[in-house]
Write a protein that binds this ligand. Structure first.
Ligand SMILES: NC(=O)c1ccc[n+]([C@@H]2O[C@H](COP(=O)([O-])OP(=O)(O)OC[C@H]3O[C@@H](n4cnc5c(N)ncnc54)[C@H](OP(=O)(O)O)[C@@H]3O)[C@@H](O)[C@H]2O)c1
Length: 344
């Protein structure tokens, strides 16, 4: 094909926080699609915290990106040439193309989107993996019940904002934890949470525990864990007896910093025992058999405008590394996306 394929590669593994030196932009001619394949022009790239884990070599639930390999990632794009039944130029699709401007993919690895149902990039956010993560964590992992007090960290982010709004729609009292007064005002005024604690204003886990004790005097029944760090240290002493924690992520610790902010293990373990807590980790990809149930529950809330979602858009594939590094330390306000090309 005549198109040039731009791609962002893992140039070297990060030591601690990622830096520009860990990424490299390359340009190559785009291959022609073979049998059963389609060529795609990428429109939207999703930036997600899990990508930090894929940059490391250690064992995890998924293989690491090899050094010099294309950074892994989910995109939405337009089919520009098709050699596959059921796909035609102009179709809008989503799939794991990686951080690229164009891709040739096996059509079996793609899902077609209906652009008349919702903005296509919502397939990377509220109606995609992050939304599914929020719904699964609350519904199947935490097993949240009406009337409970639920705390959610990274409360204005892609996962947290959806989790909190679903919990509100189900009659819970929701306490968000977010970074900065602007994000906290958004959590209460726009997302409808009952309270929000600014973790930047908390010196340590003790200060966080005191603020949470005021916001949840009867204790926290369910905690949707996204961050770890001093937030988790403040949550644990406030968990109500029989409370449940859905362990979704721990972004404060992904680059190996903030490690001293955790609770001592004996304190954590004793609290789990004496308060009869249930702590359960989950990886959303194990739960995709529930995707239709998620969509039928959440899509009506999105369509009716009851569920708000905010996007943080960076223009240009070449700016993806900077936006990604920014997201890992709270620079994003809403679902982190890169606009790689113009809308269809
Ligand atoms: N288990 C799964 O299958 C699964 C699937 C998807 C996502 N996740 C996890 O869910 C979490 C949220 O992901 P997301 O896509 O919705 O990202 P996000 O919340 O949109 O972005 C990450 C947010 O983390 C917060 N953060 C960063 N450093 C922090 C720190 N030191 N202390 C407290 N908060 C910090 C920042 O928000 P503030 O500015 O508000 O602090 C930042 O905006 C991540 O841990 C991610 O790995 C897990």
């Amino acid at each position: 094909m005549t198109q040039t394929r731009r791609s962002i590669h893992l140039a070297e593994r990060p030591k601690g926080k990622p830096t520009d030196a860990n990424f490299r932009l390359e340009e190559h001619p785009l291959a022609d699609p073979g049998d059963g394949e389609v060529a795609i022009r990428v429109i939207w790239l999703s930036l997600d915290p899990y990508m930090r884990g894929r940059m490391d070599a250690g064992p995890s639930y998924a293989d690491p990106v090899p050094v010099d390999g294309v950074m892994t990632g989910q995109t939405v794009g337009e089919v520009i040439a098709s050699n596959a039944d059921g796909f035609a130029a102009g179709d809008i699709v989503t799939g794991a193309t990686g951080w690229v401007s164009h891709a040739v993919m096996d059509a079996k690895e793609l899902r077609k989107l209906d652009p008349s149902l919702a903005p296509v990039q919502s397939a990377l956010g509220v109606l995609g993996m992050p939304g599914m993560t929020a719904w699964t964590g609350l519904t199947d992992i935490m097993e949240q019940r009406e009337g409970e007090t639920i705390a959610i960290s990274a409360a204005t982010g892609a996962v947290g904002s959806v989790a909190g709004q679903i919990a509100k729609a189900r009659g819970c009292r929701v306490i968000g934890i977010a970074g900065g007064p602007e994000k906290c005002a958004f959590a209460t005024d726009t997302l409808g949470f009952d309270a929000c604690i600014d973790h930047h204003a908390m010196t340590d886990g003790k200060a966080m525990a005191e603020a949470l004790a005021k916001a949840a005097p009867d204790g926290i029944d369910g905690y949707f864990e996204n961050v770890g760090g001093k937030t988790l240290a403040g949550i644990i002493p406030n968990m109500a007896e029989g409370g449940r924690i859905a362990v979704c992520g721990m972004v404060a610790w992904y680059s190996g910093d903030n490690l001293s902010e955790g609770l001592p293990l004996p304190v954590l373990w004793r609290t789990i025992l004496t308060r009869r807590l249930r702590v359960r980790g989950f990886i959303v990809m194990d739960h995709y058999d529930r995707f239709d149930a998620f969509v039928s529950d959440v899509a009506p809330l999105v369509r009716s405008g009851k569920l708000h979602y905010r996007e943080d858009v960076t223009d240009g594939l070449e700016n993806a590394p900077a936006a990604f590094m920014d997201m890992l330390t709270g620079g994003n306000f809403g679902k982190a996306l890169v606009r790689v090309g113009p809308d269809a």
